[in-house]
Design a binder for this molecule. Structure first.
Ligand SMILES: [Zn+2]
Length: 264
């Protein structure tokens, strides 16, 4: 890769990130609805008119079409270009600068499932098994393939993350009498472990619990003011999905590790 100028490499990463982001939009729309992610080709969510290839170029088509379907004028969600831009941005941030090796694939793969999980959890309060457990399998296989003598520590970290969250969920349920963490969150914690190890589990737990409870309390308070009722328990119970906080915590750790690695 040394013969390519850094700006050209960055351009490649941005274009690649936009393309993967475009694919993630398909995954985000179809996986929670249990539809195939390969067939049929993309169509308008309203009029079901197929989208031509030139109307399906990441970011650019949205701007040219001004966010509307060319057939029925239906408004296209601004989240589509946002997901594409965010994917490209995070691909840049997690670029290790050593070329397209296994470690780089792991970074970009984790970013991708993180974005898909965030949207799926926000939309439907579910983390599809295809993303959490499927991601775990890819994480374990690539850890083994990479052969950095980190395979068993990563597997152990994933078991620890899974076990700790599972136990935490049980204790929380015992004390409060209601379920706090979804099964999807617990499985995804295992996925975080197999990609980011013990440090990743620890950072994710810290960041997500502080951020999650802070925003959860603020949301509960706001709801209470709005409704003027006294049922704070019900307000906090699954008031906001926890998956996005886990993703955020894990990505902070990943970006921190990449930057530390780049300085070396
Ligand atoms: Zn349409």
């Amino acid at each position: 890769m040394e013969q390519l100028s850094p700006s050209l490499i960055n351009l490649f990463i941005i274009v690649f990130g936009l393309v993967i982001g475009s694919f993630l939009n398909v995954v985000i729309y179809r996986l929670p609805r249990e539809r195939s992610i390969v067939r049929p080709p993309s169509a308008c969510a309203k009029c079901h008119e197929p989208i031509a290839w030139h109307e399906n170029i990441p970011l650019i088509s949205f701007l040219i079409l001004r966010g509307r379907c060319s057939q029925c004028d239906h408004k296209i969600s601004v989240r589509y270009p946002l997901v594409e831009a965010l994917t490209a941005f995070l691909f840049l941030l997690t670029w290790r600068g050593t070329g397209l090796d296994v470690a780089q694939f792991r970074n970009w793969f984790f970013v991708s499932i993180g974005i898909a999980i965030t949207c799926s959890d926000l939309d439907f309060r579910i983390i599809p098994d295809e993303l959490s457990l499927g991601g775990w399998v890819i994480g374990a296989l690539t850890a083994y393939w990479d052969g950095r003598n980190e395979f068993w520590p990563l597997i152990l970290a994933s078991l620890l993350g899974f076990g700790a969250f599972f136990a935490f969920g049980l204790i929380y349920e015992k004390i409060t009498g209601r379920s706090g963490l979804g099964g999807g969150d617990v499985k995804f914690m295992g996925t975080i472990g197999v990609f980011l190890g013990f440090a990743g589990i620890w950072s994710t737990l810290m960041i997500s619990s502080i951020l999650g409870s802070g925003i959860g309390l603020a949301y509960g308070y706001w709801q209470k003011r709005k409704e003027g009722t006294e049922h704070e328990g019900a307000l906090l119970r699954s008031a906001i999905p926890f998956g996005p906080f886990l993703v955020f915590g894990a990505l902070v750790e990943l970006i921190y590790e990449v930057s530390r690695w780049m300085i070396h």
